[in-house]
Design a protein around this ligand. Structure first.
Ligand code: HXC
Length: 515
């Protein structure tokens, strides 16, 4: 005998799982997009996702919503596991009212935000939405506000990752922007505050939605996105991969994995990376990849502010954040975007207990009116603030140039580096030899019969006296001058020595980082 109540439940669930109906699901697939349920099924370990709030439905108020069916109110919410660890998930369903966010849709997202925060588990949002549900007006706006508030409260407590898998327009972009990491799907994801039509109407400027807010624009030009994937599947794989570097919450350590890369691996090739000519560039990625556990490097924000490089890696199986100047781009100078990129990554790592490994080769700050008028002073200050504020183990390796304020900014001893190593090629001083010679020997150079030759002589004199690591090492600002080939074992030994590091700052409401 069938139980009519059970039959009713099954019928209701069938309607909910049909989402916006076969035709809209087909349209979603035609657009190379998976449905919300397909995305969650791939993201979570097989069979682990438990949906909550499936029966939630809008209240039918507002213009034109009466009697409109909206299965799950256009968002699938619940919890599952990734590599066995609990995660909370919400996935907007574009097949239902365009994934638009109304009062109850927002309440469902808020519910998983609350549960994730209370239980100290990461939250992952899969966004694919037409934005504020127009029919629900101010209730929809209020829903966004409640989500933003929870994003902010959870910041630094649990990892929050957003994947943009469709449109994300208007104020709706601010929930992703408040999370730790944004992954965008090339071709389907677009983020912008005002779309192409509004821009054309207001300013006359013509731009396509893709050029304005597509994945590559938001990765390389604005720095809003952290990673880009070619399709839904690889975006979701990236999220799983990202989580492998992050703890469940700020009170836990990041997950340690078995590494078959020997901890004492010597890398003789590193002795040849830095060119003899100090003006010649090289690719710092070669250094990073040679030092970290093989295959563990995951660059974040590749293509944005390429004069600095940041990313996750492992050393001896333990996750670390790596930050470096990139001499190949703008000679490795620090600029506005590079400073923002460094500071934000330092704070992400510090919040989630990842030690910081900083590789230094910078001649200083990028000069020019564009930088000064753009506020390099306040942007550059973020880097100082972030490093000085961080309490995780901080290890610095000076590869070559470390001049002036940029030397300080790149996690110097005085900003709180626990261990500072220098390669024999390191040059640590107030400024480069040519600039220094021009200032301190100005009169002598002016009086010389051949000023250019005199300048070169004086620069060489300065180089011999100051452009090496031994003055800084003599003062204890550098702990050891190391053979570049031994960088990996020295860093791993340093990390182990600092494993139980515990540093506290004076209690306060919060600091006032220059923004
Ligand atoms: C209600 C919406 C909707 C919305 C889409 N739909 N957006 N319903 N509110 N915001 C519905 C459509 O009516 C349609 O319903 C279905 O979703 C699919 O939409 P299409 O237009 O057919 O899809 P497509 O051609 O792919 O275009 C997608 C789109 C477009 C680019 C997102 O729908 C669009 O421009 N929507 C409006 C976007 C917008 O301006 N949102 C407000 C942003 S401001 P049917 O029944 O036909 O399938 C905002 C403020 C947030 O969000 C403030 C926070 C502080």
């Amino acid at each position: 005998m069938t139980n009519p109540r059970l039959e009713e439940l099954r019928a209701r669930l069938r309607r909910i799982e049909a989402m916006g109906g076969a035709e809209r699901v087909e349209r979603q697939h035609q657009a190379r997009k998976w449905t919300a349920r397909e995305r969650i099924a791939y993201l979570c370990d097989p069979g682990t996702f438990e949906e909550i709030g499936a029966h939630v439905h809008h209240r039918g108020q507002g213009l034109g919503l009466g009697g409109v069916e909206a299965p799950a109110d256009g968002v699938v919410t619940g919890y599952g596991r990734i590599d066995g660890r609990v995660v909370y998930v919400y996935a907007q369903d574009f097949t239902v009212l365009g994934g638009s966010l109304g009062e109850m849709h927002a309440a469902k997202i808020q519910r998983v935000q609350d549960l994730a925060l209370a239980s100290g588990a990461p939250i992952i949002g899969l966004n694919d939405s037409g934005g504020a549900r127009i029919q629900e007006g101010v209730d929809s706006l209020n829903g966004y506000g409640e989500i933003f508030k929870r994003n902010t409260w959870a910041s630094g407590v649990i990892p929050q990752i957003t994947v943009i898998m469709g449109p994300s327009a208007g104020g709706a972009v601010y929930s992703p922007a408040l999370t730790d990491l944004i992954v965008m799907v090339r071709g389907s994801a677009q983020m912008f505050i005002t779309g192409p039509q509004v821009i054309e109407a207001v300013t006359g400027e013509k731009v396509s939605a893709e050029a304005l807010g597509g994945a590559d624009a938001q990765l390389k030009r604005s720095g809003v996105a952290h990673l880009v994937a070619g399709d839904d599947q690889s975006a979701l794989s990236l999220v799983r991969h990202l989580l492998s570097y992050l703890p469940n919450n700020h009170l836990e350590e990041p997950p340690v994995v078995e590494s078959d890369d020997p901890m004492n691996r010597i890398e003789p090739g590193l002795r040849e990376v830095v060119p003899i000519d100090p003006a010649k560039p090289y690719d710092v990625l070669r250094v990073i990849e040679a030092v970290v556990d093989r295959g563990s490097w995951l660059e974040i924000q590749p293509g944005f502010a390429e004069n600095v490089v940041v990313g996750f890696a492992r050393l001896g199986g333990r996750p670390v954040g790596v930050l470096a100047n990139q001499p190949r781009v703008l000679a490795g100078t620090l600029d506005i975007d590079g400073s923002d990129k460094l500071a934000r990554f330092v704070r992400l790592c510090d919040a989630f207990n990842l030690p910081l490994v900083t590789l230094v080769d910078t001649p200083g700050y990028l000069p020019g009116t564009a930088q000064e008028y753009g506020g390099i002073i306040r942007h550059g200050a973020k880097v100082l603030y972030a490093y000085a504020e961080a309490v995780v183990p901080k290890l610095t390796v000076i590869l070559r140039k470390a001049y002036g304020g940029a030397y300080l900014a790149m996690c110097s001893r005085s900003l709180g580096a626990d261990l500072v190593f220098a390669w024999p090629t390191a040059e640590i001083a107030v400024m480069g030899p040519e600039g220094a010679a021009n200032i301190i020997f100005r009169d002598e150079i002016a009086r010389a019969s051949d000023p250019a030759q005199k300048r070169a002589e004086k620069a060489q004199e300065y180089r011999e006296r100051f452009a090496h690591p031994y003055v800084a090492a003599a003062r204890g600002y550098v702990d050891a001058v190391i053979d570049p080939a031994e960088t990996r074992p020295r860093l791993i030994a340093g990390l182990m020595a600092l494993y139980n590091k515990h540093e506290v700052r004076p209690p306060k409401k919060h600091g006032n980082i220059p923004l």
